[in-house]
Design a protein around this ligand. Structure first.
Ligand code: ATP
Ligand code: MG
Length: 242
């Protein structure tokens, strides 16, 4: 079974259900993400995006599902959150290789830091880094395991606009190189259309939009096709795009 899922999907969930205090937050979600596919997840605040991401990460023991969920190799799932969650008492390189065994761990960690442009900061403490740099360390920490599935919950949500743009370019580049499947939770419709192969909208416990973004990379905000996707998604979110 696990091997079958591995060939066909990076992650697959069937009838995923989660409620709190008798209220359904996820109400029978079916989701299939192909290897290497980049999926963005939009939805109003409180619609259950983090709940879904935690379920897919295997972090929520209270989730249920008939066909249930599984990704083939839980050890190759990486999660990135809005805050970097670095250990303050460990230097940058030690944060990156945390939990990684083997004689090559430091070498792999250094390579990952170089990929995110922080080769010269391996001995810094997290508190000495800017918010954007901390998120880059968090990305390096996830990439060092060569994940099959990268789950990211608003990883750029706390960053300023300019740093976000840089992070988008970096994430695109890293995904091109490592080809993980990605589920990116975001509030930002432009970010979703800019980066994703497919955009989902979660509402009232269900995926109400599953939209393929058939545009090449890099994408331009001014492109009429970009604007058309943007408008449709804003519409689905109940926001007036004009
Ligand atoms: N541990 C919990 N106990 C009770 N209710 C919870 C718990 N975790 C989440 N919820 C509820 O589930 C719903 C979905 O929460 P979730 O954090 O998944 O939303 P979200 O879409 O990620 O929102 P945001 O965009 O604000 O991050 C919310 O109504 C929230 O109050
Ligand atoms: Mg959330």
């Amino acid at each position: 079974m696990a091997a079958d899922v591995g060939r066909l999907s990076a992650v697959r969930a069937g009838g995923l259900t989660r409620g709190y205090h008798g209220r359904a937050v996820l109400d029978g979600i079916d989701l299939d993400i192909a290897p290497g596919e980049f999926v963005a997840l939009l939805g109003r605040s409180g619609s259950g995006k983090t709940t879904l991401l935690r379920a897919l990460a295997g972090l929520d023991a209270g989730v249920a599902g008939s066909g249930a969920l599984r990704c083939p190799e839980p050890s190759r799932v990486a999660v990135v959150f809005q805050d970097s969650r670095l250990l303050p008492w460990a230097r940058v390189l030690d944060n990156v290789i945390l939990g990684l065994d083997g004689p090559r761990a430091r070498e792999l960690g250094r390579a990952a830091l170089a990929e995110v442009g922080l080769a010269d900061r391996e001995r810094a403490w997290p508190s000495e880094l800017s918010g954007g740099e901390q998120q880059r360390v968090a990305l390096a920490r996830s990439l060092v395991r060569e994940p099959r599935l990268l789950l990211a919950d608003e990883p750029f949500g706390a960053l300023d606009a300019l740093t976000r743009i840089r992070m988008h370019a970096l994430l695109r580049q890293l995904c091109r190189r490592h080809r993980p499947a990605v589920l990116l939770v975001t509030h930002d419709v432009d970010e979703a259309v800019l980066l994703a192969d497919r955009v989902l909208v979660l509402d009232a416990g269900s995926i109400v939009v599953d939209r393929r973004i058939d545009l090449g990379q890099p994408r331009a905000h001014g492109d009429p096709a970009f604007l058309a996707h943007r408008e449709k998604l804003l519409d689905a979110l109940g926001v007036d795009g004009s």
